[in-house]
Design a protein around this ligand. Structure first.
Ligand code: ARG
Length: 577
């Protein structure tokens, strides 16, 4: 991704600075890597360039002297009010307010708040959520769903063609145990009112039976073979397991505002496995080892990747390799992105390496995330990290509803409920997305639902307050479009807010580039803090009309950035809270 095309202001300033370096030190050096970035502290101006130190090494001159010579090489360009040298040779740039206002105005006129079309229609497959049939979703699947969906939205906004694929675990040896467990351990009534929970129970019982009764395993294996050979009865039972599981998953997806282009389970690729393995053999990549067929990855510093087990069956890695092949043939994606928990890192590194050896033409990325510790009581006691996800969502909505009832007793009940869903689900998503995915997160209701501090509800509330301010403006100045008002950036805090707004497009592309929605969340929180200092120090509706009109435009733009940004995180932004 080319960041320089995204940071318009930085790029305009960098073009001037490179020119200044050429003027001072000649054309023989390549100054194209000189860059300008937003200042880390307003005391250092609006933008800064830290490359004089590097240039000093090249020119064998002290960095401050290098910076001075560059700035002395010509007059300051019209967009700059000031260029200063600080510390060992930082170049600090302060732009003129009129120029800043022009840049900001261009942003508010751009579609989607200036999010650049970096994708230009190129295809990205994002493989996320991907729970296993007949098992409840665990916390890893929830995080995969929330993080994967945010990446899905972000990549789409950046102009990529996104194929979101829910790669269900719907195939494998467990189905022999399951089918037989279903027949043996569920009552007729339970079979009629089948749920994922019942299926899981049947599986556990069936599995336990193998321990005291070895012939049980043989029976189950025979059922699996029947399923694989297309036996009508077993096939029908298996399809029912999928349908029941999908019903539950879809209920969760609907509540989370998540939808997929494709829901292709592992079974979809079943018919391609043998041929894919043959391809590996033809290329001399796979060798027999203790009855199994393996790809040696010693050079890559990894254990062998088993692609056919000694009993002739294929495994998870084989399926994933065939899946890449199929996706490449069908969609020709520029890259395929997988979102799972950290425990699968080796699996992905291994099969990525095999795909590389096979010459599959696409970039493969594993986006992994750490564990999230959930509050006591939402854990199932049976298994450490399995939670009833729906119970967690219910609890979030219940708690949000309490808060809303207290603050908005007069709101009609249906509206309160809808709001509670937006806030409760938003709180859960934001608690996840606001952290770097690769860290351990401890979830608490207090933090997730806090109305002050870095939380989803805080940002939603900030947006709703902006909307009500805009409504009041509409009453005061009927017919005026705040986004068409002339901008005049006088105070430091107005400039701060304007500079922050300008960063929005680059932040979105940065979040995509590093696969971290947290980059965007962090920005939105910072923006809302800058906005709130602006609002405390700069009266809007009570100011004289020209100041009021300019300030309300900054407010309207903040609202635009918040709703666009929260939307990219999959978080709803009600206008009224
Ligand atoms: N079903 C797997 C699990 O629950 C996740 C699948 C991730 N995607 C993939 N292509 N391997 O662990």
């Amino acid at each position: 991704m080319n960041e320089t095309t995204v940071n318009r202001c930085e790029e305009i300033l960098a073009v001037w600075l490179r020119q200044a370096f050429r003027a001072a030190f000649g054309e023989e050096h390549d100054w194209s890597s000189l860059s300008v970035r937003p200042a880390t502290d307003p005391r250092f101006g609006d933008f800064q360039c830290n490359d004089a130190m590097q240039a000093a090494k090249l020119l064998r001159r002290p960095p401050r002297a290098v910076a001075e010579a560059a700035l002395a090489a010509g007059p300051l360009p019209p967009m700059l009010a000031k260029a200063e040298i600080a510390g060992p040779g930082f170049i600090n740039l302060t732009v003129r307010s009129e120029w800043l206002a022009e840049q900001v105005a261009a942003l508010s006129a751009a579609p989607r708040f200036g999010i650049p079309d970096i994708g230009a229609g190129r295809t990205v497959v994002i493989d996320y959520s991907s729970p296993n049939v007949a098992k409840p979703m665990h916390i890893g699947h929830i995080r995969s769903t929330v993080i994967g969906n945010a990446l899905d939205r972000i990549y789409r906004a950046l102009g990529y063609r996104v194929i979101s694929d829910n790669h269900l675990g719907d195939w494998g040896t467990q189905f022999g145990l399951l089918i037989q467990g279903y027949r043996e351990f569920l009552s007729e009534q339970e079979r009629e009112n089948l749920t994922v929970e019942l299926l899981e129970r049947a599986y556990v019982q069936s599995y336990n039976r193998t321990k005291d009764d070895p012939s049980w395993l043989d029976v189950c294996k025979a059922e699996l073979v029947k399923l694989q050979q297309g036996d009508a009865e077993n096939r029908a039972i298996w399809e029912r397991f999928i349908a029941i599981s999908m019903e539950e998953f879809n209920r969760v997806y609907a509540r989370l505002d998540v939808s997929f282009e494709l829901t292709r389970g592992e079974s979809y690729y079943n018919g391609m496995l043998a041929d894919t393995v043959r391809q590996m053999q033809d290329k001399g990549l796979a060798a027999e080892s203790e009855g199994a067929l393996v790809v040696n990855l010693e050079e890559e510093g990894m254990p062998v990747c088993i692609v056919r087990k000694s009993d002739g069956g294929f495994n998870y890695a084989t399926t994933d390799i065939a899946t890449v092949r199929s996706r490449v043939e069908e969609f020709a994606p520029e890259r395929v992105v997988y979102v799972t928990d950290e425990r699968q890192q080796l699996h992905f590194r291994q099969f990525f390496a095999v795909c590389g050896k096979l010459g599959y033409q696409t970039r493969l990325e594993h986006v992994w995330f750490g564990l999230m510790r959930l509050p006591e009581g939402t854990f199932s006691t049976r298994q450490g990290n399995v939670i009833k996800l729906e119970a967690l969502l219910d609890e979030a909505e219940r708690r949000a509803l309490e808060i809303i009832k207290e603050a908005n007793g007069d709101m009609p009940e249906a509206e309160q409920k809808e709001l509670a869903a937006a806030i409760g689900i938003g709180a859960i998503k934001y608690a996840d997305l606001s952290h770097d995915p690769q860290t351990l997160i401890v979830f608490t209701w207090e933090k997730a639902l806090a109305l002050e501090g870095n939380s989803g509800p805080y940002l939603q509330y900030a947006y709703a307050r902006l909307c009500s301010l805009l409504d009041k403006y509409a009453e005061q100045a009927p017919g005026r479009d705040p986004l068409a008002n002339p901008l005049c950036l006088e105070s430091d805090i107005e400039r701060d807010l304007a500079l922050r707004l300008l960063q929005f497009p680059a932040v979105v592309s940065r979040a995509a580039e590093v696969y971290k929605p947290s980059v965007l969340a962090e920005y939105l929180f910072g923006l809302s803090q800058t906005y709130s200092s602006f609002y405390q120090r700069s009266p809007v509706l009570k100011s004289e009309p020209s100041v009021r009109d300019s300030r309300i435009r900054l407010c309207a733009m903040t609202a635009q950035a918040l709703s666009e940004g929260l939307g990219l995180l999959g978080i709803r932004t009600p206008r009224r809270i």
